[in-house]
Every structure is written in C-alpha cells, then in structure tokens.
Design a protein around this ligand. Structure first.
Ligand code: FUL
Length: 482
C-alpha cells in the first residue's frame, strides 16, 4: 500500500495526506525479449575473430584436408599479445577457429591425430585453445570457439558417424577450456563436399547442457544470427527478432537476415562478421591491404551503430602474432572512437517528456543518466512520445546515439532527431529501428535544444539513452582525404 492510501486508511483527511504519490505501473515486456546473456552480449559490442591454422602456413583461405601437420609451426606464438591487442582496442570477446574446414585441430583432440599434437610446434605438446583461453582469462576477455561442421579431413565425414565425432570434439571444447561465451557454427560447405546432414539439434543441446551461458551463432541462430554478408554491415532497419521457421537452414535469405523480422517469434540478434584484411586467414601479400580507418569507421557505424555486434577478424600471422599493420590500424580506430564518444554533450542537460504515470522511475532524465539499465517510458496509450532536451547552452555536435531498453523488447519502428536552429525545429537524422543502439551521423550543428521524436512503435517505447557527440577531428581529416 502506498503512503497516500495508508494515510487515508488511518482516517486522516485528504488535506492532511497531501497529493497522491504517482502510481508505478510497470511497463509490460513484449512477447519476445532477449535473455540476460543476449543483453550482455550486445553491451559488449566488439568481438575479435582469430582465423588461425594450417591455412596460415599454406597461404590458402580454404584448406584441402590433406595438409601435413608438420607445416603448423608458429615461430613466436603469443596468445597474450592477441589478448592485449584486443583489450587495448576495447574488444571484449575473442573467437578462435579451433577447427576450420580443413579439419586441423588447434587442440590435441583425442578423436583425431590431425592436430597440433602431430605438429613440430612445442614438439607436439602445445595446445593453442588452452593458451588462448588462459590469455583471455588473464586479460578479462570472454572466449568464443568456432568448430567447423564441414571437415575435409575426417574420414567419417559424410556418414552418420561424423555427427558423433563432431559431438565428441564439441564436448572436449566445452569441458576443457573454462567458460565459453559463444559457439560459432559455420554453415559453409564447398560444392564438392560429401553429402551430409548435420545433427544441429544434438550439437545445440550439448552446448546448452555443458555451457548454459554460451550463446550459439549460426546463419539463423538459435541465439545469434549471421547478418547476411561478410562485409560487416547490418541493415539500416534491423530487428533483433527473427522467425526461424521461415528460414531454410543453411539457405537463409541474406536480405531477411540483414533486417530481421518485426514479427519474428524469437530474439536472434545479428552479428556482423568481417575481416580487417581481404582474407580470413593471414597472407603476407595482404600486409598492405589492411582496411583503412575510414572503412573501419563505416563498418562500425553500420554494425554497432545498427543494433549489432561487430565481429572483426584479426588473423594471426605465421609467427603466431597479430601483425603490426593490423595493430596500428586498430589503435587508430580506438583513438577516433574514444575521442568521438568520450564526451556526451547531452549529459548535464535537462529532459522534458511524458513520464509514464508521472512516475520518476520513467522520467525522461533517465535518457541522460549514462546508464542503459534505466529508461524513459510514456503511458501505454502513447506510442509516439517526444522528449526535448535543453543542453543548457549551445553545443556543436554531429553524431548521436539512441538506445532502447531492450530487456523489455524492441519497440521503435520510426523516429527522428531534431535540433532547434534559429527558432525552428530542423531534422538532423531519421531512422526506422533503434534496438540496443542506433548511431546517427549528420552535418555539424550548433543548438541548445534537441528533440527525439518517436514516430511509430509497436508499443509504448522504453528508451534507455540519448547521447550527442562531436566527431574526432582525426575522423574528419580521414574522411576529407578520401
Ligand atoms: C565462412 C568460411 O567459409 C570462411 O572461411 C570464414 O571462416 C568465414 C567466417 O565463414 O563461412
């Protein structure tokens, strides 16, 4: 019972009880919401991919399965360097190709001799997965593992026995290396591969049983979906929902995956995979073809800025280190992102908007509190609220970040951001979906009032954060040089 009611029950008159405290009418979650692991996954934003294996030494992208394990011999293998590079770049998870399509295993699997144990590296005593797991743990990174279903080496491939072989290897990886944050099931299969139906249901069940916190990626989920291209770009409209029943396993329509499905029955968040170089594996000739800073920024804005995570491949070289050229580019990216997003010009401003039930818990001030665990929400009947922010004086900005409180579901279908310039509201940027995070880019504007207008939503929106930023001068310089 709230204090106002208690006061009345105690027989005190209305006048003595003061005005009633606003009622807290909690916002009901939508039918499809993320798991806590999926929310945390999106908050981590950046993931590194490490493609490493026999292809690193043969200069190939796809192996043959006939490689001699003797070729696997990194000269200065240093998993700690990988983890340090990731940590300094703000990357929170590292996914390693424990086995790529060629079948060579980076750990001494009991179920095949085609692994590091048959290589000269550390006299066959080494375990890349163990060293990467330890380095990640030490650096505070989460670990993900890629285990290719397509295996060109394993003789049982193409028979039912292979499913058991795969499960055996999966069990080793899920039990010997500590907590696993993500398991990557790659759908790729060459045109000449033997016919084989993978028992994905059993693979998924085993991961759930052994690593209940792990999220599983495949083209269509169950937890994380492919974004439909390998250029790292999510759709400008991007729902974290999907209807897996409308997806043909392994033959999903890339456009469907790219935008998700507003009517989706499951929360299957998109992940944008792309390599920092043309290839997934290291090739010396690509040392001069590392993506430019401008390319990486474009990818960032269209992945993290389009309600996705960015899975950026940093292929270790033949030494077993991430190459200097890649490290230098990552450092540049980090500097520009830090310079751009370090100072939120909206913080310290005051927000006006129709809080749900007038209750402080849903006040628009939550949009400016720097915490994505609080949110502004209007009453259920108001799906298209506006929030006006007084910046307390003129500010110049050209980037904005808008976030929904996704734990209650993804709601916004259309929105715009405006600034008051010379007494007139002017649209700076508009968009469709927001989701966990939507980054907006526009020409620099100087204003002291901005307005976020929700134009369409599937239900009353829950908005977590609004940020305004001025892009780093280095970014402007890089873009001008293009
Ligand atoms: C694809 C694979 O065929 C590539 O080699 C790479 O691993 C990429 C991430 O996925 O399906």
């Amino acid at each position: 019972m709230n204090s106002f009611l208690r006061c009345l029950v105690l027989g005190l008159g209305l006048a003595a009880c003061g005005s009633p405290a606003p009622m807290d009418r909690p916002l009901a979650p939508l039918a499809v919401v993320p798991t806590p692991q999926q929310v945390a996954y999106q908050q981590r934003e950046l993931i590194a991919f490490a493609h490493f294996g026999v292809n690193t030494f043969t200069d190939r992208e796809w192996g043959t399965g006939q490689e001699d394990p003797a070729i696997f011999n990194p000269t200065e293998f240093d998993a700690r360097q990988w983890a340090k590079v990731c940590r300094e770049a703000g990357i929170k998870t590292l996914i390693l190709t424990a086995k790529h399509h060629d079948g060579f295993c980076l750990w001494p699997s009991k179920f095949t001799t085609h692994s590091v144990k048959s290589s000269p590296w550390k006299n066959g005593q080494g375990d890349v997965v163990a060293e990467v797991a330890a380095a990640c743990r030490e650096a505070g990174l989460k670990l993900g593992l890629y285990l290719s279903p397509w295996d060109m080496h394993e003789p049982t491939y193409g028979t039912q026995a292979y499913n058991q072989f795969y499960l055996n290897q999966l069990r080793e990886l899920m039990t010997q290396y500590g907590p696993i944050a993500e398991v990557w099931f790659d759908g790729a299969k060459g045109p000449n591969a033997k016919d084989m139906t993978y028992d994905f249901a059993a693979y998924r069940q085993l991961v759930r049983e052994l690593q209940p916190e792990a999220l599983m990626f495949s083209d269509e989920g169950p937890d994380i979906r492919w974004i439909g291209n390998e250029r790292g770009l999510a759709g400008a409209t991007n729902w974290s929902l999907l209807n897996p029943d409308s997806v043909d396993v392994g033959r999903a329509d890339p456009a469907y995956l790219n935008r998700g499905d507003a009517q989706g029955t499951h929360w299957i968040v998109g992940e944008c995979d792309v390599s920092i170089r043309p290839g997934w594996f290291y090739h010396p000739k690509e040392d001069t073809q590392v993506k430019s800073l401008a390319d990486l920024l474009e990818i960032y804005y269209q992945s993290v800025g389009h309600n996705c995570t960015l899975l950026l491949n940093l292929p270790p070289d033949r030494r077993g280190r991430i190459h200097e050229a890649d490290v230098a580019r990552l450092q540049e990216l980090r500097v520009v992102l830090d310079e751009t997003f370090a100072r939120n010009l909206a913080q310290g401003g005051t927000a006006q908007g129709p809080a749900r039930g007038g209750h402080p818990r849903y006040a628009p001030a939550h949009l400016l509190d720097g915490r994505d665990s609080t949110y502004f929400a209007p009453d259920d009947t108001l799906r298209t609220p506006s929030v006006t922010v007084d910046l307390g004086g003129p500010q110049t900005f050209d980037r904005a970040s808008v976030q929904e409180y996704i734990a209650l579901g993804q709601r916004v279908q259309a929105f715009r951001l405006e600034a008051q310039v010379a007494g007139q509201w002017q649209t700076l940027a508009s968009g469709t979906t927001i989701g966990y995070k939507r980054l907006l880019r526009f020409a620099p504007v100087t204003a002291s009032q901005v307005r976020l207008v929700i134009e369409q939503a599937v239900a009353a929106p829950a908005l977590a954060e609004l940020g305004l930023y001025k892009s780093s001068s280095r970014e402007t310089a890089v873009l001008q040089r293009q």
